[in-house]
Write a protein that binds this ligand. Structure first.
Ligand code: F6P
Length: 543
């Protein structure tokens, strides 16, 4: 593995001078020069097809990016992660979300202990719990069946579960209602429980640490809501609350019997935890068999990432392209555009995965980077985005690489919807890449003064990801694809994608401000003049 700073590495320098040669090339020219480009610049693995031909790359670019991956020791880093080395160096932890989907019998050792048996023990416990809820065997305190399952969690303890629930809704038990409460804003809790009967409601308190302010505040409110609704009998808690956490002591302190706790481990990062016990609500929704299929999908992509040559490796290709745009074209953002309504929360899920992972500016050696790291990820499902922000992607001044995600089949074949949907996806990628020249606009008889307004420059890059249908296995593959793309980017940038110190400062300051807002006495404020004035005004307006 190279110890040279990234910008001194030979492949990086070669990419810099190569960029000045190719940056001016148009995708129109690249496609004209190689009639086979649309077939050649593609890769396929475990049922996921990636067309990356509409990227501003030549064969030389790809060769240099692959060389960069080799030079930066990506292979060794992948091996280290899968082996369970403590690659999260700032927290001295292994990074083993891949162990969550390891088959029974595989051995992965952390601190002298094989972790795979414990993973399957928890999965089995989750399955038996999910079956009891789904079959109506688990009864609430008053003997009623559970009809509502409310996950309380935030960040990785919310976004994965809610994204997976929405993505797999088609496979979910429609007799059960699922809600997800994350925000400390009481509106979130109030709306989730609106009209629900506490006697039929089960709360899954999901928190890796079991100390997160938002989650604990919501959990206590839920506790009061249940007790109020069920006559104040504390013994009701056992029937209406389960916990998912790594912190048994805090779970016990909250009053949840640890027999109703589903554990995981410090080597699972929050944003990498949707396939751990954090996926309990997902498993209750879709059933244990579908959850296991989800894990199978993750595992297939893991194996592909671990073993495929980089030139055919989907996450590596996507990761390297992200580096290419972020560092050489100075692209600030990536749009993720799923043409699949079930994936409506996928962009939000990816925001935490990508931005909490690679939103770093200090290298593993403690140096400030002198290159761009993680981009801003955002997006909406197609075709809604087309009628909103696509204007800027087509004709604005920013270069925004796009990931289009589509499926060959729909789960709800109704009339012409699916072909219309997919035609739009293909059309958008085509329009972005090739645009429309002034000559073409004129040839349509457009008034001369309107011509510049109606020109599409094109040369806007995109990936197209195509799979057969949204099912649990495919979802697992898709999430793992992005997890490993994020890993690839982090390895190139020599940063730690697995800590999140950047969320700490705001949390600490909020703890200082809470009593200042709550105090009956006028507090002495020692913030900056803006924060002082805002607190004072809030207190006045809140009276
Ligand atoms: O936002 C910071 C963070 O620590 C995330 O990484 C994590 O997913 C989230 O808070 C929730 O943490 P916990 O699961 O411990 O409540």
């Amino acid at each position: 593995m190279s110890t040279k700073p990234l910008t001194d590495s030979p492949a990086w320098k070669a990419l810099q001078s190569h960029h000045s040669e190719v940056a001016g090339l148009h995708l129109r020219e690249l496609f004209a020069a190689d009639p086979g480009r649309g077939d050649n610049l593609t890769a396929e693995a475990c049922g996921i097809f990636l067309d990356y031909s509409k990227n501003r790359v030549t064969d030389k670019t790809l060769e240099l990016l692959l060389r960069l991956a080799e030079e930066r020791g990506l292979r060794e880093r992948i091996d280290a992660m899968f082996r369970g080395d403590k690659i999260n160096i700032t927290e001295n932890r292994a990074v083993l979300h891949t162990a969550l989907r390891a088959p029974r019998g595989q051995k992965i050792v952390v601190d002298g202990e094989d972790v795979v048996p414990a993973v399957h023990e928890v999965l089995d416990k989750m399955a038996s719990f999910a079956d009891r809820i789904r079959s109506g065997q688990w009864l609430g305190h008053t003997g009623k069946k559970i009809r509502n399952v409310i996950n309380i969690g935030i960040g990785g303890s919310d976004l994965g579960p809610v994204m997976a629930y929405e993505a797999l809704k088609f496979y979910s038990d429609r007799a059960l209602r699922f809600e997800f409460v994350s925000n400390v804003d009481s509106d979130d809790f109030a709306e989730a429980v609106h009209g629900l009967d506490p006697a039929e409601t089960l709360f899954v308190i999901s928190s890796k640490t079991f100390t997160t302010l938002e989650t604990m505040t919501n959990a206590h409110t839920a506790r009061e809501w249940v007790l109020r609704g069920l006559g104040g009998d504390e013994s009701a808690i056992a029937k209406h609350f389960v916990a998912v956490s790594t912190n048994a002591e805090k779970v016990r302190e909250f009053g949840i019997d640890t027999a109703n706790m589903f554990g995981f481990w410090d080597w699972v990062g929050g944003r990498y935890s949707m396939d751990s016990a954090i996926g309990l609500s997902t498993m209750v929704a879709v059933g244990p068999a579908n959850f296991r299929a989800l894990l199978d999908g993750f595992r297939e992509m893991d194996e592909h990432f671990r073993t495929a040559p980089f030139g055919q490796n989907l996450p590596v290709i996507m990761g390297l392209l992200a580096v290419w745009y972020g560092d050489f074209f100075d692209a600030q953002t990536v749009a993720v555009l799923p043409y699949e309504q079930y994936l409506k929360r996928f962009p939000a899920y990816l925001q935490q995965l990508t931005m909490e992972s690679n939103g770093k500016s200090i290298t593993l050696d403690g140096q400030h980077v002198d290159y761009n790291t993680g981009a801003i990820y955002w997006g909406e499902p197609g075709t809604n985005g087309q009628h909103s922000f696509y204007q800027l992607i087509h004709q604005g001044t920013h270069l925004i690489p796009c990931d289009f995600i589509g499926f060959a089949k729909t789960l709800n074949p109704i009339g012409r919807h699916h072909d219309i949907l997919m035609a739009n996806m293909f059309a958008q990628a085509e329009a972005l890449a090739f645009g429309k020249t002034a000559e073409e606009v004129r040839a349509e008889g457009t008034r001369e003064d309107l011509v510049p307004h109606r020109v599409f420059e094109g040369n806007r890059p995109s990936n197209t990801i195509l799979a057969e249908v949204v099912d649990p296995k495919t979802l697992g593959k898709l999430v793992a694809l992005y997890e490993h793309s994020v890993f690839t980017q982090g390895a190139i940038w020599n940063i730690n994608p697995f800590d999140q110190w950047g969320v700490e400062l705001g949390k600490v300051l909020a703890q200082r401000i809470i009593p200042e807002l709550e105090s009956r006495e006028v507090p002495t404020l020692n913030h900056d003049s803006s924060t002082n004035a805002l607190i004072t005004r809030y207190r006045r307006m809140n009276q």
